[in-house]
Design a protein around this ligand. Structure first.
Ligand SMILES: Nc1ncnc2c1ncn2[C@@H]1O[C@H](COP(=O)(O)OP(=O)(O)OP(=O)(O)O)[C@@H](O)[C@H]1O
Ligand SMILES: Nc1nc2c(ncn2[C@@H]2O[C@H](COP(=O)(O)O)[C@@H](O)[C@H]2O)c(=O)[nH]1
Length: 194
């Protein structure tokens, strides 16, 4: 019997999930992973300090400013942006490797980064996670209790800019219920256009 070569995997879809700070992106992504373990979620780099319970290499790669500068200088970030006083960026190589291997890949990033990905990879799908109301967004951000009052206010000011940009995205998902919103995101990640 002649041996057949293993089929080359089809490159998978890249999905970008964006939305204002506190809308519930991280919470929805955790549920997306549970519902659809085949998804690969990029681990970003950041210059902000870890919150209690966060570990290096799990939620983020926590870097110094000099280390972040090195990544930019050596073109190892697919996108990067400053947000509320810190820098955030997506390591390029793991994203390219997982897409080439056929793994649906998800980036959870803010607006400026999403715009950079739109320029570079227009074939990606862009999903905006919206709050049920601005009041609810504030309550979630304050209720999370991870930021000082002035940081919450800076993030809410930026949220106004992000909310205005919702129509730049392919799909808007309202996070009124985590399970429902996550199921909607899974359907967007996993279904490939004909
Ligand atoms: N559908 C929901 N209903 C009520 N509370 C929610 C819902 N989704 C998330 N939350 C809560 O809102 C808070 C913010 O959620 P989360 O940290 O996931 O937001 P985020 O968009 O990832 O924020 P950031 O961009 O600042 O990292 C958390 O306390 C979370 O438990
Ligand atoms: N442009 C990018 N934005 C990112 C990236 N990783 C996370 N983020 C976004 O930053 C804000 C703040 O995050 P927090 O963890 O400090 O609350 C939030 O909107 C994240 O989605 C990234 O690699 N690039």
């Amino acid at each position: 019997m002649t041996e057949q070569a293993a089929p080359t995997p089809q490159p998978a879809r890249l999905t970008v999930l964006s939305g204002p700070s506190g809308v519930g992106k991280g919470t929805v992504v955790a549920e997306v992973r549970r519902l659809f373990p085949h998804v690969w979620v990029s681990i970003s780099c950041t210059t902000r300090r870890p919150r209690p319970g966060e570990a290096d290499g799990v939620q983020y790669h926590f870097l110094s400013d000099a280390e972040f500068d090195d990544l930019i200088a050596s073109d190892r970030l697919l996108e990067y942006a400053s947000f509320a006083g810190h820098r955030y960026g997506t390591p390029r190589k793991p994203v390219e490797q997982h897409l080439a291997a056929g793994r649906p890949t998800l980036l959870e990033i803010e607006l400026q980064g999403a715009r950079q990905i739109r320029q570079r990879m227009p074939e990606a799908r862009f999903v905006f996670l919206a709050p049920p109301s601005v009041r609810e967004l504030r309550d979630r951000l304050v209720g999370r209790g991870t930021e000082a009052t002035e940081v919450v206010e800076a993030r809410l000011a930026q949220a106004e800019v992000e909310l205005e940009a919702h129509d730049e995205f392919d799909v808007v998902v309202v996070n009124d219920d985590v399970e429902r919103a996550a199921a909607e995101v899974v359907s967007l990640i996993s279904v490939v256009d004909a």
